[in-house]
Write a protein that binds this ligand. Structure first.
Ligand code: NDP
Length: 452
């Protein structure tokens, strides 16, 4: 007997809240998706009967573990690690690992849930997962990072595998950390397999993977603009963050003729009215990404640039905004400021950077709004291609992969358009489009398996 057909959206969300106390990020992510799905499945009895939505909001499993490591002063430190395996209906679990002090069960459950829809949307056979630890890499020595990564993998290795669960990087986890974790996995298991993506090129990594998320979210903006006969050329762009996604977003903005004027980190943002060119960007990559410096120093090095401490860049007038730092970095008020300043398009490199109120404002104002699960899916899509290369023991060339990334982003955009049309208008609700397109493939696979 069907149960969800007797409950409305509000009652369903009450249940989600009750079953997940103290997990606001997870409840927020579910709420955003469920609203669209409820509407979509209203007249589709089979999804109700098989409780698809209820099953999707309960991860297949959440593994939680202790991570002990020794710092450079011989103190024993204890951290908490997790791997959330949300859903593997359409392929092995896939999703990044985050090392950041704010990591907890709620954050990782929200990310794994979102990842399930995102991975489905890419069109590739990838399930959804996410993991991480409440470890703060800032200020740690090279050896401390290495010891932590090794200890983390010493537990994680038993839960992952090239056909089971394939983690990648995320905040605080780049090529260096992936290298240490892959090395430890290989050492423990004596297997050289594609168990992680985002690896170095020397040991099975894919060209274009590093750039894919940032490039992809700019391609997504370009796809949205092209659909209404516009382009990125000459547009003023505001970007948040200064890590992997943000720096590669700026790189692609420059290549497509846009003008990026901001970058940020957790201490504030820089505004460069002359625009961030390739040379300045290279400085940021060396200084910030590789040497772990702070973005404030940009304003000391480049004349005319200002540093705004403790602030986010959304008050800088722009036509396109690229939130590329972290979740909930763009509030309802920030959205209003962007709209008031004439912003026309938002493409999310980060996961869930815009608060629910902000999303509503963007939709009401009719902005081109590309949510993270569509706009930042280029990273995981390229990870999917890294898995294919590993399985075939091949390494594809740069040009082929750049073209694949463009095609994958176009495909994701088109799937959103197919499912996100707004009745009586030629506008697209990209949030609804991505939620429904992501849902249908996973839901239909779950139906095929029966009750499992
Ligand atoms: P990085 O660690 O390379 O960079 C993160 C950036 O965000 C840093 O500039 C960091 O500043 C800033 N940041 C982190 N937390 C906060 C905060 N609470 N407030 C303000 N700024 C903050 O991570 P990525 O670039 O890889 O990831 C950025 C976003 O993109 C995340 O939401 C991630 O989930 C998402 N994403 C990443 C993918 C990838 O392929 N890497 C794939 C898909 C999505 P600071 O140095 O001060 O902490």
């Amino acid at each position: 007997m069907a149960v969800t057909d007797h409950v409305g959206y509000a009652e369903f969300m009450e249940g989600v809240k009750k079953r997940n106390p103290g997990q606001p990020e997870f409840v927020q992510a579910v709420g955003e998706v469920a609203e669209d799905i409820f509407d979509f499945i209203a007249d589709k009895e089979i999804y109700h009967e098989y409780q698809i939505l209820r099953r999707l909001v309960e991860p297949d499993r959440v593994v939680s573990f202790r991570v002990c490591w020794e710092d450079d002063n011989n103190n024993i430190r204890v951290q908490r690690g997790w791997r959330v395996q949300n859903n593997n209906a359409i392929g092995p679990y896939k999703g990044g690992i985050r090392f950041h002090p704010t990591v907890n069960r709620s954050v990782l459950k929200f990310l794994a849930f979102e990842q399930t829809f995102k991975n489905s949307l890419t069109g590739l056979p990838l399930g959804g997962g996410k993991g991480g630890a409440n470890f703060n890499p800032k200020g740690k020595s090279e050896h401390e990072i290495m010891r932590f990564c090794q200890s983390f993998m010493t537990e994680l290795y038993r839960h992952v595998g090239e056909d089971t669960d394939i983690p990648a990087g995320d905040i605080g986890v780049g090529a260096r950390e992936i290298g240490y974790m892959f090395g430890q996995y290989k050492r423990i298991t004596n297997r050289f397999s594609g168990v992680l993506t985002g690896k170095g090129l020397e040991f099975g990594g894919s060209r274009v993977r590093t750039e894919a998320t940032g490039y992809g979210c700019v391609y997504f903006a370009q796809n949205m603009l092209e659909r209404i006969g516009q382009s990125l050329d000459g547009k003023m762009c505001v970007v948040s963050g200064s890590g992997n996604v943000a720096t590669h977003a700026v790189e692609k903005i420059i290549q497509l003729g846009g003008k990026a004027v901001t970058l940020s980190d957790s201490e504030g943002f820089i505004f460069d009215r002359h625009g961030i060119d390739q040379e300045k960007l290279q400085w940021v990559k060396d200084h910030k990404t590789h040497r772990r410096g702070r973005i404030s120093e940009y304003a000391k090095v480049f004349r005319g640039a200002e540093f705004h401490a403790g602030k986010r860049p959304w008050s800088v007038p722009c036509q396109i905004a690229f939130p590329c730092a972290t979740q909930n970095e763009l509030s309802g008020d920030d959205a209003q400021i962007l709209i008031g300043n004439g912003c026309e398009c938002v493409s999310e490199g980060a996961n869930m950077p815009t608060a629910l109120k902000g999303i509503k404002s963007f939709k009401d104002a009719g902005l081109l709004y590309g949510p993270g699960k569509a706009a930042n899916a280029g990273g995981v899509a390229l990870s999917g291609l890294e898995m294919s290369q590993n399985a075939a023991r091949l390494s594809w060339d740069e040009e082929q992969l750049q073209q694949s990334l463009r095609d994958l982003m176009q495909g994701i955009h088109d799937r959103c358009v197919e499912r996100g049309g707004i009745a009586g208008s030629d506008r697209i609700d990209y949030v609804r489009g991505s939620n429904i397109a992501g849902f249908v493939k996973v839901a239909d696979a779950m139906l095929a398996y029966g009750v499992v």
